[in-house]
Design a protein around this ligand. Structure first.
Ligand SMILES: NC(=O)c1ccc[n+]([C@@H]2O[C@H](COP(=O)([O-])OP(=O)(O)OC[C@H]3O[C@@H](n4cnc5c(N)ncnc54)[C@H](OP(=O)(O)O)[C@@H]3O)[C@@H](O)[C@H]2O)c1
Length: 353
């Protein structure tokens, strides 16, 4: 079990080696990383790439030059080409970057998994990814159509299960094309199935976590299992997507997380911003965060978000938990996602594609 323990290491500014530009971090800003159950290191702070495809090449270049070393992308975001170009353009050596991508649900048939990864590697222009995630546990009909629907508009399910996909992913770790494998948007029961019926414990679970959806019990359980959590939508309902799409529930119209007075007070105390406090809360909880931004000053703000919060701050942020989940496409995907987790009340039917 000891080998599954997550080892947290904080590295101060001086041992961090940016390529072109120096990092504008204060001495109080850290560059935390964690060791996964595969032995590979993952940075605590990365950048997400969902949306704004036309800006991704430039922002990936800039983020790497500013010192970010973790890029999160996915096949279904249709930005892998831009991400690959941005990485090349930055000049940062490939081995210094932690690159994660995700398999999409229409590529889950075991015979499709390696080809799908090869497509991602080709577009990313890299011989390997550091992390390959299964994007959701639901399987769609295999084929080129990523959102295969019947005449009534309902998603057509695939014939294999996420366990079959996982076993195909396990084989890829022996090919050298993938360093670690993990999952995203799984329930506890679905992860238990993987642990019970396969020989690989996921290295990472990428899931929605922010002060409005803290999932304490589930996070503790994942930590006990040695599964590192990467928080998506770490800023909560900042992403406009949640307000606009059909899956948005009433909760996505709540006050923005970062406008909460408690966060403003904590931010003032540390001479930081509420965004930085929200990201620091994730890192101080032992998780990674991947805020998405295509705006230069926001990336600067986000990169300076790895700092130490006090215990009292953590307690105050804990009071903001509202069990408010914004990313719940269960009805559209014909799969009851997060079935044993918090924040699934009031799921609505809606289409994004
Ligand atoms: N596994 C999954 O199913 C899944 C689901 C969702 C997301 N993700 C991953 O997680 C990443 C992040 O999630 P997300 O994009 O949903 O949400 P997010 O990172 O919490 O929020 C993104 C929004 O916050 C804004 N923002 C970022 N930094 C800011 C700052 N310093 N000040 C003010 N506003 C700021 C961005 O603005 P601008 O856009 O204007 O820059 C954007 O509108 C995604 O890009 C993707 O890589 C994964």
């Amino acid at each position: 079990m000891a080998s599954f323990a997550l080892i947290r290491t904080s590295v101060l500014k001086k041992s961090f080696t940016p390529f072109r530009q120096s990092i504008s971090r204060t001495i109080a800003t850290r560059a935390t990383s964690y060791t996964l159950n595969t032995g590979h290191k993952i940075p605590a702070l990365g950048i997400g790439t969902f949306g704004d495809a036309e800006s991704q090449e430039a922002i990936v270049t800039q983020a790497l030059n500013k010192g970010i070393r973790f890029i999160d992308t996915a096949r279904v975001y249709d930005v892998e080409v831009q991400v690959g170009k941005g990485m090349k353009c930055s000049g940062v050596p490939r081995e210094d970057v932690y690159l994660a991508t995700k398999l999409w649900c229409s590529d889950y048939h075991p015979e499709d998994v390696e080809r799908a990864l090869d497509d991602s590697l080709r577009d990313l222009d890299t011989p390997y990814v550091d992390l390959l995630l299964m994007h959701y546990p639901c399987t769609f009909k295999r084929g080129a159509d990523r959102f295969p629907r019947d005449d009534g508009g309902r998603m057509i399910k695939g014939e294999t299960s996420y366990l079959d996909t996982w076993r195909a992913m396990e084989k890829l770790t022996r090919s050298g094309k993938v360093k670690s494998i993990g999952v995203s948007n799984f329930s506890k029961g679905e992860i238990e199935t993987l642990i019970k019926d396969s020989s690989t414990i996921p290295a990472v679970h990428q899931m929605e976590v922010h002060p409005y959806l803290q999932q304490k019990g589930f996070n503790n359980w994942l930590q006990d299992k040695g599964i590192h959590v990467v928080q998506f939508s770490p800023l909560g309902n900042m992403n406009d997507f949640y307000r606009k799409t059909g899956w948005s529930k009433e909760v996505s119209h709540m006050m923005r997380v970062i406008d909460q007075p408690i966060l403003k007070e904590i931010a003032e105390k540390h001479n930081k911003s509420p965004v930085q406090v929200v990201l620091a809360w994730g890192i101080n909880s032992g998780r990674s965060v991947i805020p998405k931004s295509v705006i230069d000053w926001q990336v600067d703000e986000n990169i300076a978000a790895d700092f130490e919060l006090e215990e009292e701050d953590m307690f105050r942020i804990a009071t903001l938990d509202a069990r408010a989940r914004f990313n719940d496409p269960s009805l559209d995907y014909e799969w009851r996602l997060y079935s044993d987790l918090e924040g699934i009340d009031g799921t609505v039917r809606g289409k994004t594609h």
